[in-house]
Design a protein around this ligand. Structure first.
Ligand code: IMP
Ligand code: MG
Length: 187
C-alpha cells in the first residue's frame, strides 16, 4: 500500500472534471450508436482501468450491444512500461464475424493496444476498432491511433476514473495529476 496523504490530497490538480468526462462519454456513445446501428457490436472492456469508462459508455449506446472482458498486463505497479503484454484473462465469447470495439482507458506508448489488435485480428472479427477515453500521442512508440477517443492529454501521469497508480485512485470520479511527492516518497 502506498503512503497516501488522503485520496483527494494526493492530487496536484484536476485535469478533467466529472462534468467534462460525462459530456465527452455521451458524445462518444452517440457516435458509436450511429456508426454501429443494427450491427450489435461487442464491446470489450480491458480490465481494470477501463471499467468506469466502459460502464458509462455502454449506457450511452442506444442500440443492441454485448459486453465482454479481457485483462492484460503491461504496467505492473509503477509508472513505466515493461514492453511486455500478457493476457491474464481472455474473452468468453467468440468474436468471429462480430463487430468488435476494444474499450481502454488510455493509449500511451500504444504497445498494449498494438499487441491486442494484432491478436484479436487473427480471430476473424467482421471489424475491429479501438475506443480510448484518453490519448497521449507524445508517448507513442508504435503506429497506432484510437478510432474513438475522448481527450488528448499531455505527457503527465494521470489517475482517476479507472486510471491507477499502484492500484490506487481508480475510484476518483475525475481525472487528475498526482503530486510528485506521492510517487517519489514511496517504497
Ligand atoms: P501503453 O501500452 O503504453 O499504451 O499503456 C497503456 C496502459 O498503461 C494503460 O492501459 C494504463 O493502464 C497505463 N497507463 C499509461 N499511462 C498512464 C497514466 O498516465 N496513468 C495511469 N495509467 C497509465
Ligand atoms: Mg490499464
Amino acid at each position: 500500500m502506498i503512503n497516501k496523504m488522503g485520496l483527494e490530497n494526493d492530487i496536484q490538480y484536476v485535469l478533467l472534471s466529472e462534468e467534462q468526462i460525462k459530456a465527452k462519454v455521451r458524445e462518444l456513445g452517440a457516435a458509436i450508436s450511429r456508426d454501429y446501428a443494427g450491427k450489435n457490436p461487442l464491446l470489450v472492456c480491458i480490465l481494470r482501468g477501463a471499467v468506469p469508462f466502459f460502464a458509462d459508455l455502454c449506457k450511452e449506446i442506444t442500440d443492441y450491444m454485448e459486453m465482454d472482458f479481457m485483462a492484460v498486463s503491461s504496467y505492473e505497479d509503477g509508472m513505466t512500461s515493461h514492453g511486455i503484454v500478457r493476457i491474464k484473462k481472455d474473452m468468453d465469447k467468440s468474436i468471429e464475424g462480430r463487430h468488435v470495439i476494444i474499450v481502454e482507458d488510455i493509449m500511451d506508448s500504444g504497445n498494449t493496444l498494438n499487441h491486442l489488435t494484432r491478436l484479436l485480428g487473427t480471430r476473424n472479427p467482421a471489424s475491429l476498432k479501438i475506443a480510448c477515453l484518453l490519448d497521449k500521442p507524445e508517448r507513442r512508440t508504435c503506429e497506432i491511433t484510437p478510432d474513438y477517443f475522448g481527450f488528448i492529454v499531455p505527457d503527465e501521469f494521470v489517475v482517476g476514473y479507472g486510471l491507477d497508480y499502484a492500484e490506487a485512485y481508480r475510484n476518483l470520479p475525475y481525472i487528475g495529476v498526482l503530486k510528485p511527492e506521492v510517487y517519489t516518497d514511496v517504497k
